[in-house]
Structure formats: C-alpha cells, structure tokens
Design a protein around this ligand. Structure first.
Ligand SMILES: NC(=O)c1ccc[n+]([C@@H]2O[C@H](COP(=O)([O-])OP(=O)(O)OC[C@H]3O[C@@H](n4cnc5c(N)ncnc54)[C@H](OP(=O)(O)O)[C@@H]3O)[C@@H](O)[C@H]2O)c1
Length: 337
C-alpha cells in the first residue's frame, strides 16, 4: 500500500505540543494529517470547542454547511487567528458544498459566502458533501409533505465544474468529494479538468474499504478518513446493537501494549495506512488525547491484526428517503433504512 512521506515542521516556540505532520496533496499543497471534525458539535459550544482544538495544536479543521454550526465555527476561527496572530497558511480550512447548493450558481455562492465569513482569500479544501442534490432555495433540509427530501436533478458534474472554476480563480486550493462511490469518483477523475485531490470516506477497522484505498492510492487521491471510531455515541444511522470498536478486544489489547487508548490506536492505524484522520470530540480531555499520537507507531503485525477485523460494516447510510435519488451512492439495505 502507498505510504505518503510525512513532513514535519515545528511551529511557534511558545507552544508545547504543536506538531504538525503533513501529507502532500496532488494539488501541490500540504494537508495536516489530523483534522478536527465538527459534525455533531452543538452550536452552543462550537466556538469554544474549535478554539480548544486550535489552542492544543490542531491545524486542520473539517467543517460543513450541513453540520449546521459553521456560523459559530467560522467566526471563532477568524477571531482566533487575529488574536493569536496566525498567518493564513498556518491553518488548513476544509469545508463542503451542501446538497442544496449543487447548481453552478449556488455552489459558487456558497464558496463566496465561506470566504467572506472566514475573512480569507481562499479555502484550503472544498469537497462536494454528497453526490445527490436537493431542491435549492427551500432551507437546509427541503422536505415534501411525505417528509422525504425534495430532490434536485442537477448532475454533480456541474457542482464539480463550479469547484474547478473556484480552484482556477484561486479561491480554493484543493478540491475533492465525500461519500462518492468509486464509479462516481472515477467519472469526476476521468471527465473533470482538475483531478480530485481528496476523497472523504468512512474508514475504520470494521469498514476497511481496501478497494477504495487502492483506487485512490493508484491515482494520488488522498483519503481523509472519517468515522474512525465508528462514532459510537451517535444515534444517527447507528443502532444500539451495532458493533462498537471501542470495546473490541483486539484493539483493547493493542492499546494496552502501547499504553494508549483505543481511539489513539484507531487514529494511529489511519496514519500508518498513509491516510489523513478526521476525529471529533466535544470533550477537551479527548480533544487533547486524540492529537497525542505522534510518538508511537503500530507494528506491521498489529496493522495486519487490525486490518483483519473488517466486517464490511458501513455506518454512514443516510437512506432516509434519499435512496431513490439517481445519484445515491450505495446499494439499498432495508435494515439500515
Ligand atoms: N462528509 C461527511 O459526510 C462526514 C460524515 C461524518 C463525519 N465527517 C467528518 O469526520 C469527522 C469525524 O467523524 P465522526 O465525528 O462522525 O466520527 P468519529 O470522530 O469517529 O467519532 C466521534 C465520536 O467518538 C467519540 N470520541 C472521540 N474521541 C474519543 C475518545 N478519545 N474516547 C472515546 N470516545 C471518543 C466522540 O464522543 P465525544 O464527542 O463525547 O468525545 C464522538 O461520539 C466529523 O466530525 C466530520 O467533520 C464527515
């Protein structure tokens, strides 16, 4: 498997734990290997949690209009950079085009809004959040009388072209997609003018997605892995009886062997695969702990044992009326509806 060279750079001397390891993207820009995830951070605490992550040393923040907390987070980052006198290129800002903004005009509008709210000339990365689009100008979650999402028939290639234009105009340094299946990603890769630098995908030991990793490795598309812990506390898409990585005996024994937590082992596994790890926590102690993974490495045997836990078990399956959309990425599974 491809293992990108990690680059290290020490940062400001007054800051104790500011290690920022990075990977080089196909766009020519670097991305810190650990990103702070912001899904399910309530609006009321979002500003403070992101500040905490920045203070502790995270230099890559993963945001999305669809997470419904960007107003607070954008403001927090903007203010923090001013107060702490950080240069724009010291922080990697990643965001997404939401389902209600798939037309060229709306996607462009959403990018311009981000730049304005963050008071920045460019975003480091923007991905298309989902391949399927919803009705525009009808709120963030447009729903019909049957409670199901109202679809738009806009092809994600149009959204991609808006991203390409923004990239060419210097508004977005790297562009990519999230939650696309391999044929959708391949369509972008082969038909697009600009190659996708990133695929954001669910990867964890119960869902190793080797075919996706191999496809991306062969084309120099970096995977930013999400749901590394399987997001065990979430009630979105999860059922109570679903397997929980944090209780897995193999992972617990490897964690004990290194004197680390299971979450730290999961993050380290992603990094040792040569991928970028997104991790979210609402707890300050965990935010710090999750970043403290640079001083140990898994052995090849441990990586193999973790790889072999695969159950092809996908959690992020928001069928929720989206299944009939022509661009829904995954096959229907009645028990996940
Ligand atoms: N593009 C997409 O569609 C998409 C989808 C999903 C995720 N993402 C991105 O990827 C990020 C990460 O994914 P995720 O948030 O779904 O899953 P995740 O980071 O795997 O899981 C977060 C969960 O793990 C818990 N956790 C974190 N650190 C822990 C620790 N040290 N010990 C025990 N539990 C811990 C958190 O609980 P506490 O908060 O209570 O600590 C939270 O319940 C998201 O935040 C988002 O930015 C993108």
């Amino acid at each position: 498997m491809h293992r990108p060279k990690l680059r290290t750079r020490s940062s400001k001397p007054e800051e104790p734990m500011r290690i920022a390891e990075k990977v080089l993207l196909s766009s020519g820009y670097e991305m810190p290997v650990i990103g702070y995830g912001t899904w399910q951070i309530p609006k009321s605490t979002a500003a403070e949690q992101v500040r905490e992550a920045l203070e502790f040393g995270y230099r890559h923040i993963d945001m999305a209009h669809g997470f419904n907390n960007t107003t607070e987070i954008f403001e927090s980052i903007r203010d923090w950079m001013k107060v702490r006198k950080f240069q724009r290129d010291e922080i990697f800002l990643s965001a997404k085009i939401w389902n209600t903004h798939h037309s060229r005009a709306k996607a462009t509008e959403q990018i311009d809004e981000m730049l304005q709210m963050l008071d920045t000339p460019y975003m480091d990365l923007i991905v298309i959040h989902w391949p399927y689009g919803w009705a525009e100008d009808d709120g963030m979650f447009p729903r019909g009388n049957d409670g199901k999402p109202i679809f738009s028939n806009i092809d994600y290639m149009e959204t991609w072209e808006a991203l390409e234009e923004a990239h060419q105009a210097g508004k977005v340094r790297s562009i990519g997609v999230a939650n696309f299946n391999l044929s959708q990603l391949d369509r972008i890769y082969t038909k697009g003018t600009v190659k996708p630098s990133v695929l954001q995908a669910e990867i964890n030991p119960y869902f190793t997605q080797k075919d996706v990793i191999d496809y991306c490795t062969a084309r120099n598309i970096m995977i930013t892995a999400m749901m590394i812990t399987g997001n065990p506390g979430s009630t979105f898409y999860r059922k109570y009886e679903d397997p929980n990585l944090l209780f897995d005996e193999t992972l617990i024994s490897i964690a004990k062997n290194h004197g680390k937590t299971v979450t730290q082992v999961l993050i380290r596994w992603i990094l040792d695969l040569g991928l970028v790890a997104l991790i979210k926590s609402n707890e300050n102690k965990r935010i710090r702990q999750n970043f403290n993974v640079f001083k140990f490495k898994l052995t090849p045997d441990q990586i193999e044992r973790i790889d072999s836990l695969n159950k092809n078990f996908r959690i992020l399956w928001p069928i929720l009326g989206n299944y009939n959309h022509p661009h829904f990425p995954w096959p229907f599974k009645a028990d996940r509806n």
